[in-house]
Design a protein around this ligand. Structure first.
Ligand SMILES: [Cu+2]
Length: 147
């Protein structure tokens, strides 16, 4: 008996919640709060492990430029156990630098740079690449030698 009288208010409340929610999302997307959001969204699409690898305090830094589907330099060398920061500077569009074996990932949008720390515990040859769809296939790979 009481079903019709409770159904209507519940339905209206649900509508309000849904419309309130989507309005808030739209407003948030239109906020001029930098363009870091686009990189974060790409992360969510491309990776399930999310955020940039943090930098290591006080470690030496190597700068890497990403431009026109290539990394510069195209190869690097490190010692086993050496703490090092890699800074990725993207010139043209969103790029990232991914090293699967050490779960390393940093991304930089056009004109931005991002720094993340690396430590390799085992000697060998590692392949770093850009995980933005199509970029690795276009040649965005870098060889890292650890000895
Ligand atoms: Cu790229």
């Amino acid at each position: 008996m009481s079903l019709p009288s409770t159904f209507a208010p519940t339905f209206v409340l649900a509508l309000l919640l849904v419309s309130g929610c989507s309005y808030f999302e739209v407003a948030e997307h239109n906020m001029p709060a930098g363009h870091g959001g686009s990189v974060e969204e790409m992360h969510d699409v491309m990776h399930d492990h999310g955020d940039d690898t943090p930098a290591i305090d006080g470690a030496p830094e190597t700068r890497i430029t990403a431009d026109a589907m290539a990394f510069e330099p195209a190869s690097l060398e490190f010692a086993i156990g050496e703490e090092h920061n890699l800074t990725l500077h993207s010139v043209d569009i969103l790029h990232d630098l991914t090293i699967d074996e050490i779960d390393f990932h940093i991304a930089a949008d056009a004109g931005e740079e991002t720094t993340g720390g690396i430590v390799f515990e085992e000697a060998g040859t590692y392949l770093a690449y850009c995980a933005v769809p199509g970029h690795r296939q276009a040649g965005m790979e870098m060889q890292i030698t650890v000895r």
